[in-house]
Design a protein around this ligand. Structure first.
Ligand code: HMG
Ligand code: MG
Length: 299
């Protein structure tokens, strides 16, 4: 099955760094990722610079990256103000974000779930006018750092509201990386009864080492869009204890072996991770750095 990988390292990864990465380095990282041949790279977020100072240079990054026709360069927007900024930066796909847990959503965007969805209406209307696709994230879809286990029904409720609003694609977030395959199956049992599988993406963080198992479980259920970050950077400043996203290198290796066909070139993703590792001054956490002897996956 053809799988689309959404590279979220420049946004999810760099928003969670304690020190802000220089704009030059962000541009070089995104350009290196572009060379790897992704269908989509989430480049930055047009959120409040008070809340996420690490991504305050979103406009400049978008102005300076080398865009390829074959890649969609997307960005997070929390509200109409963010959408206007994104349009000004010539962004052609945006992502709104809410959660299945009230407490997490308040900490993350200072609004209730309903309140955040109300902010999305002008974004979705504007995007439709501009013919820009909209992704909708549902965070804390399995576990919340404040409320504990989240019921699948709560996730379905939010997914339905986003689809009713006109969001094109939903990304289901395991924000704190605590889900296990049985929980993935339980949630997908419910969601797939109500939502076309080609409108769903999965976004796993890898705090406890279960992200690849969760990716493979989702793939078996027909999910064909996965978010990941080069080198496994990532995390949300308002989700204490969350580790990085599943590493793109690990995702490509595992899915290629499961029979998936994927666009990003593994060696070039590794090159982008190596560049980022130098910028951050530490080794990154992807496991798949060396091809296993006897021939590694050649995705
Ligand atoms: P607020 O303070 O409640 O907003 O923040 P406000 O509407 O009251 O505005 C306050 C000030 O912020 C005003 O400025 C606004 O103009 C300004 P002032 O008048 O005081 O000078 N402002 C903005 N400035 C720039 N761009 C904007 C913007 N909006 C307002 N778009 C808000 C509400 C949503 C803005 C804030 O809480 C925020 O930006 N939160 C972002 C949090 C965030 O980015 N979290 C990480 C991303 S989510 C994630 O990582 C999870 C995910 O990966 C999936 C998963 O893993 O589960 C996606
Ligand atoms: Mg995330």
């Amino acid at each position: 099955m053809k799988v689309r990988v959404v590279e979220v390292g420049p946004r999810d990864g760099l928003q969670n760094e304690s020190k802000t990465v220089p704009t030059d380095s962000k541009v070089a990282f995104v350009d290196a990722l572009s060379d790897a041949g992704y269908e989509e790279i989430e480049v930055s977020a047009f959120v409040s610079p008070q809340w996420i100072p690490q991504l305050a240079d979103a406009e400049e990054v978008f102005a300076r990256i080398r865009r390829k026709d074959s890649t969609v360069y997307s960005a997070l927007v929390p509200n109409e103000r963010g959408f206007e900024r994104a349009l000004g930066a010539k962004v052609r796909k945006v992502a709104v974000f809410t959660a299945a847990s009230e407490t997490f959503n308040r900490k993350n965007v200072n609004a209730s779930i309903q309140g955040s969805i109300a902010r999305f209406r002008p974004v979705v209307d504007g995007a439709r006018r501009e013919k820009i696709p909209v992704r909708g994230y549902v965070s804390t879809a399995f576990w919340c750092p404040y409320e504990g286990k989240i019921a699948p029904d709560a996730v379905l409720g939010v997914v339905r509201q986003l689809l009713d609003l006109g969001v094109d694609e939903i990304s289901i977030g395991d924000t704190i990386g605590k889900a296990v395959p049985a929980e993935v199956h339980a949630l997908l049992d419910l969601l797939l009864d109500h939502v076309d599988q080609d409108r769903l993406a999965m976004h796993f963080h890898d705090t406890y080492g279960t992200a690849i198992a969760n990716v493979l479980a989702s793939y078996e259920r027909g999910i064909a869009v996965f978010d990941s970050s080069a080198g496994g950077v990532g995390g949300c400043p308002f989700a204490p204890g969350a580790a990085g996203n599943v590493a793109t290198e690990d995702l490509i290796s595992a899915l290629a072996r499961a029979g998936a066909s994927l666009s990003p070139d593994l060696e070039r993703v590794r090159a982008a991770s190596a560049l980022l590792s130098t910028v951050l001054g530490r080794p990154l956490r992807s496991r798949g750095r060396e091809a296993p002897s006897g021939g590694g996956p050649s995705a």
